[in-house]
Every structure is written in structure tokens, then in C-alpha cells.
Design a binder for this molecule. Structure first.
Ligand code: HAM
Length: 416
């Protein structure tokens, strides 16, 4: 999250914090009535005065609403980090509560902007060390060229409706483009020779798409054109993209986004071009692989006996004011037990204080990962711990619980 913040701010985005609960209508009007999200995945409820409210399933509608209600001056670039909620079958990489890292640019129309935004997500993922992910891009056209394409696609589907799955038959009625989203192998097979939007773009959309491709190569971002990529939300126009891992499985999409040049107007604002994306934090963590044990940027002060207790507390305070995270075990007094606590908390260094250290005004610094111990003068301690290389590059200072992965709640608190 801090890396995302840093990079988004480098690209001129400012953080927007929006409520987790919004009026249901906002998502119906934006995410759209032909999306799975609105038709089957929203956590919707009535409040005490009978209003229909929804736990946000995605961040884009709330960000747009916030800009309009607060009369934020446009063009503006906003980013957000926070939990989203979708009622879908939980499985690896798909949870009912998950976190998104998202950006939205409102008021910028040029293809160079699309390229810059796609590049931002790519740079972020690559910077985390995810090297097997590249953006897939497509264009789904605009209000000028899409109706004719829809007709062509419908004609194609019409002759085959019986062979498509039940969901696809509904998609065919509501928004034929969405059949490309179907995960069923049989439907995918039927679609192999279906007309593609890229072949039916108007000249303005074709020019825009070429501009995006040029912009990406100018930035050295490798991308693949995927003419089946349509995205599962209703508001997109022109550029649609996804950050996919090379394996190609659905849960291997780390994030996605696109242009939504009509959405702002559709929810009651002015006509305003816009583009954004969101990345799934849990998907990113899965792609990064299981971290080893906990490794915190933490020092553990170990007074060897009651005589060093006071000096230990003083050292704790000094460390914290020097910006170094530190703890001490107040419950256990045997040094061995204290070292054990340090290791299980993932601390990097034990700072040992015994009578000798007090006498020499030093601290014995034990690197708990390597076992190497050395005596450091108190006055040089902060500098020693602040040295480059003192800490491993990757530390994990958090615990993440993706929530129940089974269909029903379970766990020690819920056992009957
Ligand atoms: P989305 O494709 O629905 O787009 O979600 C973006 C990312 O959120 C997905 O690629 C995935 O990594 C993650 N995600 C979605 N659902 C789940 C889930 N149930 N469990 C775990 N991770 C999940 C949007 O949400 C759009 N608002 C993106 C956007 C922003 N378009 C324009 N601006």
C-alpha cells in the first residue's frame, strides 16, 4: 500500500477516501444492470428508514460521486485503497471482502493518458517483483460504433443461441458483448469466430487505440492486444485493459480497468472523459508467493536481570524517539525466554543489556537471523541500526486474513 501510494502520488494522483456504504442506485446506474456485480454480487440492505444501501463492490462509482458532490475541480487524478465487497463463491484469489488499490483520472481524454495509466499499474507490479505480468489491451468502441458492432455480434449469436449456456443467453439479451466473459469452454469455443470489436471501430476509436499502443511502446511497457477482453462492468468505452499473469487463469488477473467516458454524465454530472483501474491486493499477495515467517522491522530490548530493567526501559524510549521500532518483554524475565519472544515476534535484533554493557555504556546487538552478536557503543546505536543493509529488504509487518474461504462462516467463535 505504501508503495502504491508513493507511485500514484509520483504520477500526480491524490488520495480520495469514500464511504464503504453507498446508495444502491449509484452502482445500478454505473456498474450497470448487465454486470454480474449488480445482478448477483452486491451486499444490499435497507437501513432503518427504508433506503436501499450497498457495501461498495468497487471503487469507481464512489470516487466519481465524491468528485461531483464536492465539486472537485477537473481534470483531477485520484487514488484509493480500501475494502470492497462482492457476494461470489469464495475461492483462492476470490473473496467476499477484498482490498483494491485504484486510480481514477477524470477529465483527461487523450490516448497518451490511457498509456500513462496502464504504465503506472505495470510499473507498480514490476516494482514489487512481479515480472510475469503484462497488460492486455482492447478497445470496445464508443457510442458511435458500438451499436453497429452489437448488431453484428447479435446476428452471429442468434444462429447459435441454443448452444450457449443459460447465462450467455441472458447476456445475449442484455449486453451481447458480455458473452466474451463466459468461462465455459463450450461458449468460448462457439465464440472463436465471432466478430470482434477491434474490427468494427469507428475511425476516431481506431485512432485512439493506435495512440494507446504507441504510448505504451514509447514507455517501454510490453502489452498484448486481446480482442476478447471486454471487462465485466457496464461503464467502459474504448480502452479496456487487464493486468494478467502469464498463466491465463481468471483469478490470475491482478487488476483491470478502462476508459469510461460516459459514466460521469450517466450519474448526473457533466460530459467528462475518464479512465482508471483497480488492482486486487490479495491477488498481488498470492502472486508474490507465501512470505516466510513474520519479519518485522523491530528491535527487542533484553535486560539480562532486574538490575538492567530501568536501563532497558530508557533504551526503549530512546529507540522509539530515534524512529526505531522497539519492544521489550515485560511478562518474562529470563533472558532465554525474552529472546524466544523476540524471535516469535519476528524481531531482527535483540539489544542485550547486562552489567558489562551498563559499565561500558554499550549494547550487545544480536542479529536474530544470523546469530551474529557485536557490542556497539550506546552513542553509535541508532546509526548502527540505521545503516543500509542492517535490515533485510523485505520485512512483513502485518497479518492478513482473507476471511472465510468456505461458503459458510466457520472458526472458533462460530462453532456451535
Ligand atoms: P474489477 O475488474 O471488477 O474492476 O476489479 C479489479 C480487481 O479487483 C480484479 O482484477 C481483482 O484483482 C480484484 N477483485 C475483484 N473481485 C475480487 C474478489 N472477489 N476477490 C479478490 N479480488 C477481487 C473494478 O473494480 C473497476 N472499478 C476498475 C476500474 C477502475 N475501472 C476503472 N476504474
Amino acid at each position: 500500500e505504501s508503495e502504491f501510494r508513493r507511485l500514484a502520488e509520483l504520477y500526480g494522483f491524490r488520495e480520495v477516501v469514500t464511504p464503504i456504504i453507498e446508495h444502491t442506485e449509484l452502482f445500478v446506474k454505473s456498474t450497470g444492470t448487465s454486470s454480474d456485480i449488480v445482478t448477483k454480487e452486491m451486499y444490499t440492505f435497507q437501513d432503518r428508514s427504508g433506503r436501499s444501501l450497498t457495501l461498495r463492490p468497487e471503487g469507481t462509482p464512489g470516487a466519481v460521486r465524491a468528485v461531483l458532490e464536492n465539486r472537485v475541480r477537473v481534470p483531477c487524478r485520484l487514488y484509493y485503497i480500501g475494502p470492497m465487497f462482492r457476494y461470489s463463491r469464495p475461492q483462492k484469489g476470490r473473496y467476499r471482502e477484498f482490498y483494491q488499490l485504484g486510480v481514477e483520472s477524470l477529465g483527461e481524454a487523450r490516448p497518451e493518458v490511457d498509456a500513462e495509466i496502464i504504465a503506472l499499474g505495470f510499473e507498480f507490479l514490476a516494482g514489487l517483483g512481479i515480472s510475469n505480468c503484462r497488460p492486455e489491451i482492447n478497445s470496445i468502441g464508443c457510442r458511435e460504433c458500438r451499436p453497429a458492432y452489437h448488431e453484428r455480434l447479435k446476428e452471429y449469436l442468434q444462429d447459435r443461441t441454443e448452444q450457449f449456456c443459460a447465462d450467455c443467453r441472458i447476456r445475449y439479451q442484455q449486453n451481447p458483448l458480455r458473452v466474451f466473459d463466459c468461462k465455459m469452454a463450450a461458449c468460448q469455443e462457439l465464440l472463436s469466430s465471432a466478430p470482434r470489436s477491434l474490427d468494427h471501430l469507428c475511425s476516431a476509436c481506431a485512432e485512439h487505440f493506435a495512440g494507446v499502443q504507441n504510448g505504451l511502446s514509447r514507455r517501454g511497457v510490453p502489452s498484448t492486444t486481446n480482442d476478447r477482453l471486454v471487462r465485466g462492468l457496464d461503464y467502459y468505452s474504448r480502452t479496456a485493459f487487464e493486468y494478467s499473469l502469464e498463466s491465463g487463469r481468471a483469478q490470475d488477473s491482478l487488476g483491470g480497468g478502462g476508459r469510461y467516458d460516459y459514466l460521469v454524465e450517466d450519474v448526473g454530472g457533466p460530459s467528462l472523459p475518464a479512465i482508471g483501474f483497480a488492482l486486487g491486493e490479495e491477488r498481488i499477495l498470492l502472486a508474490l508467493g507465501e512470505p516466510g515467517g513474520p519479519e518485522a522491522r523491530l528491535c527487542w530490548v533484553v535486560p539480562l536481570g532486574p538490575g538492567e530493567f530501568e536501563a532497558g526501559v530508557k533504551l526503549l524510549t530512546e529507540l522509539r524517539s530515534a524512529g526505531i521500532a522497539a519492544r521489550m518483554d515485560f511478562d518474562r524475565c529470563k533472558p532465554k525466554q525474552q529472546l524466544h519472544s523476540a524471535a516469535s515476534a519476528g524481531a531482527q535484533f535483540a539489544l542485550i543489556l547486562g552489567p558489562d554493557e551498563l559499565a561500558h555504556d554499550t549494547v550487545s546487538v544480536k542479529n536474530l537471523k544470523t546469530g551474529v552478536q557485536q557490542e556497539v557503543p550506546r552513542a553509535a546505536l541508532a546509526a548502527f541500526l540505521g545503516e543500509p543493509g542492517a535490515w533485510p529488504r523485505e520485512t512483513r509487518n502485518w497479518i492478513r486474513n482473507s476471511g472465510p474461504t468456505g461458503a459458510e462462516p466457520r472458526g472458533p467463535f462460530l462453532k456451535s
